[in-house]
Design a protein around this ligand. Structure first.
Ligand SMILES: [Zn+2]
Ligand SMILES: [Zn+2]
Length: 273
């Protein structure tokens, strides 16, 4: 694969397994031409994994990625990104790119985590949605549609992350027109505001999903709406740096995409699939 790149990667600066430098070395061995780190932004509402990114940790993160950028210059392009959670309240300057993601819902005064185990998701649905999984899905897409109000993002993160456990447990029917309408409505709200989305294989390596986010019907809609695609693995373990990339390319081709985007020193550029 030419122009092999992954812009959605976590490290020991948040909830990833490996140090950034260990991952750069693996990427070099695998023939990557570029990689980007996207640590989770600090979230005051989660006590655990985003804590290393609490200032001044975020400065240490940027300093380390910039150091790697210089050390590996000419061998591999290293970029410093951020996966910004919708409700984070952090400064986002001095990053090469920003992924905008929704991992939480705001319900009343509460910020509720749902990017968790299936048991936690069930609990969220029971507690806040009266056991109605579709109501939960619709709340997610309503939140996703508001993402541009919270910042300027280059890449829309894991469009349908709420399907994470879909191969194990059914909380809502993805073929239900009500579900599809809500997802498409969110895509329409985001069109022209966030230029790129990711085909994200993270749940394939981590949760045994057979398909990446998002599915074919959404890929077709995202293409219709003019979004560009990047392929990522939402990597938390560098053994899975390019996990499922062939599946992602095949799905994009099936949806009619001829190109995907990579980040270059001069910004995002289209390359052939
Ligand atoms: Zn995420
Ligand atoms: Zn991520």
């Amino acid at each position: 694969m030419e122009n092999l790149q992954n812009l959605h990667m976590h490290s020991t600066f948040c909830d990833g397994r490996d140090t950034p430098e260990e991952t750069v070395k693996v990427a070099l061995k695998r023939g990557f031409s570029g990689i980007g780190f996207s640590s989770h932004s600090y979230m005051y509402y989660t006590p655990t994994f985003a804590t290393p990114m609490k200032a001044p940790g975020d400065r240490a993160y940027r300093a380390e990625i910039r150091r790697l950028q210089r050390v590996y210059e000419g061998r591999i392009d290293v970029f410093c990104g951020l996966e910004f959670d919708i409700f984070s309240q952090v400064e986002v300057d001095d990053y090469d790119y920003i992924i905008g993601s929704v991992h939480y819902l705001k319900i009343g005064d509460e910020i509720v985590a749902f990017d968790r185990s299936a048991a936690v998701v069930k609990d969220v649905i029971d507690t806040y949605f009266g056991g109605d999984g579709m109501a939960y899905a619709l709340a997610y897409y309503r939140t996703l549609a508001t993402l541009p109000q919270y910042g300027k993002f280059d890449i829309l993160g894991h469009f349908d992350i709420i399907t994470k456990h879909a191969d194990q447990v059914t909380f809502f029917d993805e073929d239900d027109p009500v579900y599809r309408h809500a997802a498409i409505e969110a895509a329409e709200a985001l069109a022209g505001k966030i230029p790129l989305f990711e085909v994200n294989t993270g749940a394939m390596s981590r949760y045994g999903r057979r398909v990446p986010y998002p599915p074919l019907f959404l890929l077709r809609e995202l293409r219709r709406l003019g979004f560009g695609a990047v392929i990522t693995s939402d990597c938390h373990d560098n053994r899975y740096l390019d996990f499922g990339f062939d599946t992602a390319r095949a799905l994009l081709a099936e949806a009619g995409f001829r190109e995907r985007y990579i980040l270059t020193k001069n910004g995002f550029a289209a390359v052939s699939l």
